[in-house]
Design a protein around this ligand. Structure first.
Ligand SMILES: NC(=O)C1=CN([C@@H]2O[C@H](COP(=O)(O)OP(=O)(O)OC[C@H]3O[C@@H](n4cnc5c(N)ncnc54)[C@H](OP(=O)(O)O)[C@@H]3O)[C@@H](O)[C@H]2O)C=CC1
Ligand SMILES: O=C(O)[C@H](O)CS(=O)(=O)O
Length: 489
């Protein structure tokens, strides 16, 4: 580890090294902490509290009390607070991006994009708060009516990953708070500083104490408290399928509501009638954004035989233009991978391709920059039997698999236990309908490599999870239906 990192923030108060519980900034009672480092060179940025399970239980008690009062506020009042939080995020977007890049590594422009585009979830759900409409249904008897109310589920626990340390929080907090729930967030231990900065802005925006708390610390004790504390009504999680499965099992006794946004293995299909330049643009953004560390990134690139050579040549030309470096440097398009574990997985997948007869066309090794930098890599001659076709690489590896026809590629694309994102490029309208309907995924990008925004339902099927974030559907997971039988009419 090198020196301590200093950040040139316009508002230095945004770099917080305390957890936020019941409106107070706290250290761990026993003084334990977790070091947060810059993945560029391992420099220490800050130490955040390693709160034990007991403090988390106290945070849940406070959130339960606060939730009752928050839910009694009018939707319009909740919306105003969320809108203020959104506005403060936008005002402080440069600082939030710098904090994000320093703890996570992605290029600054991407970090700012994450901050701004995901603040939009707060704005969107502030508006949706006012549209939590119930229903009046005619009853079977003349003297009776059926009334349907929508009420907040209660106290929500959120667990977020390191790949989008800012955006995954507003996506979860927006609908929860709009619905009248309170939320206790456990951010990834590698990237808690974005979460704490957001909490500071929430406090400034007037989110009442206890309505939004951030607890930092070792994952398992916090996860156990979330799963077994009867006051937690719902858990919303983004991360690996393994941890999602564990949470589901642990939360089963309490029959807790769960939203799980888990791993993916996105097919990216290029048909022979596609605009190849557009397909290459889409593949670049889908595959190499955040150095391939996104759950929706293209993991398997299927190209129809007749256009495979042309597509590959164009892709290689674009990949050669990517520049690696520290995320804060101008012109950098790819930062370091998050850690050595991520590099090891990338190396394992490349080695497996080579061992089974595939060919590395570019990259394929660690970058001369050292650390956890890995060269953006294109491999060809890939088959369905290879690891890269079966597992999420979560790194800048673009494997090209050629295919004969539509049936052939649909079968290969759907041959996965995951079903988060999928993409294809084609022009023929009948084919577009057929393929969009046939792909087993929660989301299909047609002639685009970017699918997420606050107005769209983001989420997966199969082992990629359950529940949706964003859109008019995104608030449903934070609401319960209550049926009131109204008699005597
Ligand atoms: N869907 C997505 O967007 C993501 C998918 N992944 C996939 O998962 C792989 C591994 O990444 P990794 O970071 O290990 O993902 P994890 O699923 O382990 O981590 C995601 C979040 O879950 C927390 N967590 C881990 N274990 C528990 C637990 N027992 N109880 C409560 N919270 C827990 C982590 O906390 P802590 O950081 O303290 O361990 C972090 O906040 C990646 O290579 C990728 O394939 C990873 C991140 C995001
Ligand atoms: O990895 C994720 O969670 C998403 O890919 C982030 S985004 O695509 O919605 O920005």
């Amino acid at each position: 580890m090198t020196d301590r990192r200093t950040l040139a923030l316009k508002d230095p108060a945004l770099l917080v090294d305390k957890a936020f519980v019941e409106g107070a900034w706290i250290a761990a009672p026993d003084g334990k902490s977790i070091a947060v480092t810059d993945p560029f060179d391992g420099a220490l940025i800050a130490n955040v509290p390693d709160l034990g399970r007991a403090v988390v239980a106290e945070a849940i008690d406070a959130a339960a009390a606060a939730q009752k009062l928050w839910a009694r506020r009018t939707a319009k009042e909740r919306a105003q607070v969320l809108k203020r939080w959104h506005d403060l995020i936008i005002e402080n977007a440069d600082d939030l991006a710098l904090i994000l890049t320093t703890e996570q590594g992605k290029p600054l422009a991407e970090a700012k994009g994450e901050v701004v585009s995901n603040a939009a979830y707060l704005e969107w759900f502030a508006e949706e708060a006012k549209r939590i409409d119930g229903d009046i249904i005619p009853g079977p008897n003349a003297g009776q009516r059926i009334m349907v109310l929508k009420q907040p589920v209660g106290v929500c626990a959120a667990i977020t990953p390191w790949n989008f340390p800012n955006g995954m929080i507003t996506r979860k907090a927006g609908p929860a708070l709009a619905a009248g729930c309170s939320m206790i967030l456990k951010p990834a231990s590698q990237t808690p500083l974005s979460a704490l900065a957001l909490a500071l802005l929430a406090e400034r925006a007037g989110v009442p104490k206890g309505v939004f708390s951030v607890v930092t610390g070792e994952a398992k004790p916090i996860g156990l408290e979330f799963c077994h504390n009867p006051k937690i009504a719902k858990i919303t999680f983004t991360g690996s399928t393994g941890v999602g499965r564990w949470l589901m099992k642990e939360a089963a006794d309490g029959i807790k509501r769960l939203s799980l946004e888990l791993g993916g293995n996105a097919p990216f299909i290029v048909f022979d009638d596609a605009d190849l330049d557009a397909a290459v643009e889409g593949a670049m953004i889908s595959k190499f954004r955040n150095a391939g560390q996104t759950c929706v990134c293209a993991n398997r690139i299927y190209v129809q035989e007749s256009v495979a050579a042309a597509f590959t040549e164009k892709l290689l030309a674009k990949v050669s233009g990517l520049s690696l470096g520290r995320g804060t440097e101008a012109g950098v398009s790819q930062g370091p991978l998050i850690d050595e574990k991520a590099v090891a997985k990338m190396e394992e997948h490349v080695a497996d391709v080579v061992a089974r007869g595939g060919v590395v066309l570019s990259g394929g090794k660690r970058s001369a920059l050292g650390g956890t930098f890995f060269e953006p890599t294109v491999v060809t001659g890939v088959t369905q039997a290879m690891k890269v076709a079966k597992e999420e690489t979560f790194a800048p590896l673009a494997p090209i698999i050629s295919f004969k026809d539509e049936d052939d590629v649909i079968a290969m694309a759907n041959d996965s236990e995951f079903g988060l994102a999928s993409y294809f490029y084609a022009k023929d309208m009948a084919r577009i309908w057929r393929v969009a309907e046939a792909l087993e995924a929660g989301m299909v990008g047609v002639n685009t490599g970017m699918i997420a925004n606050e107005m769209a339902p983001f989420g997966g099927i199969k082992q990629s999870g359950t529940g949706r974030e964003g859109s008019k559907y995104g608030i449903e997971g934070f609401l319960e239906l209550k049926y009131v039988a109204l008699g005597g009419i």
